[in-house]
Design a protein around this ligand. Sequence first.
Ligand code: FEO
Length: 445
Amino acid sequence: MTCPNPSSATQPGTGATPVAIADGVHWIGALDPMLRRFDLILRTANGTTYNAYAVRGSSGVAVVDTVKAEFADTFFARLEQVARYEEIRVIVLNHLEPDHSGALPELMRRAPQAKLVISTRAPAMLKALLKADGQEIRYETVDTGDEIDLGDRRLRFLHTPYLHWPDTQCTYLLEQQVLFSGDVFGCHHCDPRLFNDRVGDFRFAFEYYYAHIMRPFKTHVREALALIEPLPLAVIAPTHGPILRERPRRYVARYRALSGADASLEPVPADAEPLRTLLVFYLSAYGSTARMAEAIAAGAEAVPGIRVSLYDLEGGETGPFVDLIEAADAIALGSPTINGDAVKPLWDLLSSLTVVSLRGKVGAAFGSYGWSGEAVGMIEDRLRGLKLRVPVAGLRLKLIPTDGELDDCRDFGRALAQAVTGAGAAGSEAGDTAAKPVIDFADLA
Ligand code: FEO
């Protein structure tokens, strides 16, 4: 059962009642069942939840995260059922994005004695987020291993930056073995039954969330897992979606699998020299850009140490191409210029690449054109915007390639491959735009 309108008081997450998730620990978050798009880019077929928690110790209460501002009333209604404001000693924000910090200013007005605890990367963001509120915010920063003592309970902090903002951290309740994980292990899936062993199948939401939120930060995911995996885990309490109390380690293991550095399926002999990989993608209206692509691939393949793959973008799905690009060392993108632009499937591919890390990869652009030929330069600009290196100047030619121009394409492929393998001078960034002249017959007229 999903949660189009959680009106039943028989469900644990409805009726503004707090929900116990461990001894002395309550969920005090909010349900947002009707949300259909999060942060403009994520589709949320089942809405989402903004999970916040209260931890009661013998010497005071800690609140871990808050909720989106529009849901503050529900949050405070739940909080007031498990603690008085004067009992709150600590407010922990694992992540400052407004869906978790929205109720913070009002919480600090109601519990002015409470100490705000954030990660070492968070202060600048905190000030930027709350400057319009005008409230003076006092805070303390914590790093991995720092602890806060609540008497018979202790909160220990794990510095886990870039999951998915620079400020993010996790908080571990030692005595109950509860990991308050922030967005890590979360998903946009609203179900008032709250717990992973009670809600419906949310695998799609979990995988979708990882793919769009965590995947670009795989290196940081692996660093965070190195801190999380040694912990005894009874419950993982993320800021979105189901609370993971049944076999929580399965979700940790899934993150480990998804964040693997190499998704290649091909068996590689143990004694084989590692190959660098170049993917050549193209779209072609009359076959000219396709012939350029083939010649570029042939030229690149002549360079030792590189494996070249060639794909017609028109015939493929974007998702698998994104997977390939994530694992590749270099991409070359070919498009004709139509109405002063590269063609839409190429832009669709480029816009899909925001979910993977491209920093340090090599990019290049090429294409045939009939009149003005802007596409190549526009693709190069976009590649640089995505943090790829563009060490070989783009190659464009007018209409149908001659044999001599196809030789130029092979030279272009060779220079590109050398830039990837480090075998030639073209690997220098200094060659960004000036390594090779544009071939334009119109200039010769
Ligand atoms: Fe759920 Fe990154 O905020």
